[in-house]
Design a protein around this ligand. Structure first.
Ligand SMILES: Cc1ncc(COP(=O)(O)O)c(C=O)c1O
Length: 381
């Protein structure tokens, strides 16, 4: 039996007569998601600053709720995620029936892609967009159109220039990952107003709570009266529940009902549901998480800039994107190895087309100081 992969996975292959199962066209051209590094050889407890997790851990209330779930592991979760649905609807003043829950907001992006994309359709996103949008679209044999992001910032006109009659979805993370940059709501509105009504505009607010500028808006209020705007949020970042995998979206009813037809019924778990409700109620933890970012984001930006590094931004998320300018004679790859050997794990961004940048999650005071010290040593070396 032949062991070789098809040379051109996108080409027409007679799958019925192949001597082994052949993935459909395009699957083998997809670059699998590369997660943030979680370990370093020889380092016992590395400091993981590579996945934009919450440096404070998770809410004590959520942890207590999670512990209670231990008596309910034998039961299937509520397929409507009702307790979180009610809590979110009250907290954000949204219609509960318009909410979609997912195994992280990642799953919701995949569901939207599956619901709206036929082969040959396309999605439009920024050139440095979060990788999950494109992976899901490519799995539907759709084209991914990436608009230029001059200065590492979304440009509405560039996005619009990529839209054509086969565009079904436009994905906009605001603030973006891995850039950390954002656009004011007037620009989001301008984008929406210029889109055909048949295009779904997905506003990904994974980092929205960390953007404290008054001209920022996650779009929830705007989405209320629109037929084609979906706003997503996650419990992974601000609420510190990345390990439990739960995210949500506010969508027009017609979109919610369509997505619900293909959504796996038990896509959020019993512990996730219980912990999410408790986390939503923990104002203290939420405030502390925002304060930590608010305090250390400008400090890191200033310190790293002082080392001759180029911090993209200003960042409005819980991380900063660090550029290694050519003139420094230093590379992001070498810096990552240097830091990793000292137990400090940052994110390389080769797969985002940013080979000379590293992304640093804002950590606790001692972690932030350790990164700056280590990078200072690296730049001197
Ligand atoms: C921009 C952006 N959107 C969405 C997500 C996904 O979050 P989750 O699937 O954990 O809800 C992430 C995670 O890193 C992200 O960076």
């Amino acid at each position: 039996m032949s062991q070789s992969s098809p040379k051109t996975p996108g080409a027409v292959i007679d799958r019925a007569s192949a001597d082994r199962p052949v993935p459909k066209a395009g699957i083998l051209e997809i670059h699998a998601y590369v997660p943030g590094k979680a370990s370093a050889p020889g380092i016992d407890k590395p400091v993981k600053l590579s996945a934009n997790e919450n440096a404070l851990g998770s809410s004590p209330k959520a942890r207590a709720a999670y512990a209670e779930a231990v008596d309910r592991l034998q039961v299937y979760p509520d397929p409507r995620t009702s307790i979180v649905r009610t809590a979110i609807a009250q907290h954000y003043r949204l219609e509960p029936e318009r909410l979609i829950f997912g195994c992280g907001s990642d799953e919701i992006f995949a569901l939207l892609n599956q619901t709206y994309l036929e082969p040959g359709d396309n999605i439009v996103q920024g050139e440095f967009a979060f990788a999950a949008f494109a992976i899901g679209a490519r799995a539907c044999q759709a084209e991914v159109r990436s608009a230029k992001e001059p200065g590492h910032r979304i440009d509405v006109d560039e996005l619009l220039s990529c839209v054509d009659e086969r565009t079904r979805l436009v994905f906009l993370a605001n603030p973006g990952n891995p850039t950390g940059t954002w656009i004011p709501f007037s620009e989001v509105r301008r984008l929406h107003e210029a889109l055909p009504p048949s295009v779904v505009l997905v506003l990904d607010g994974a980092y929205a709570e960390f953007c404290l500028d008054p001209s920022f808006d996650d779009g929830l209020e705007y989405a209320r009266a629109q037929e084609n705007v979906v706003v997503t949020h996650t419990f992974s970042k601000l609420y510190g529940l990345a390990g439990l995998r739960i995210g949500w979206a506010y969508a027009p009813l017609a979109i919610t009902e369509a997505v619900d037809r293909i959504r796996l019924p038990f896509n959020t778990t019993v512990p996730a549901q219980l912990a999410a409700v408790a986390a939503l109620d923990d104002v203290e933890f939420r405030d502390a998480s925002i304060e930590l970012v608010e305090r250390w984001r400008p400090w890191l930006t200033q310190q790293l800039g002082g080392l001759g590094l180029e911090v993209v931004g200003p960042s409005a998320a819980n991380f900063v994107l660090i550029g290694f300018p050519d003139r420094s004679g230093k590379t992001a790859g070498d810096a990552e190895a240097f830091l990793s050997a000292r137990g400090l794990l940052l994110r390389t961004l080769y797969n985002y087309g940013l080979p000379n940048h590293l992304r640093l999650t804002i950590g606790l005071e001692e972690q932030n100081r350790a990164v700056v010290e280590a990078l200072a040593e690296f730049m001197r070396s």
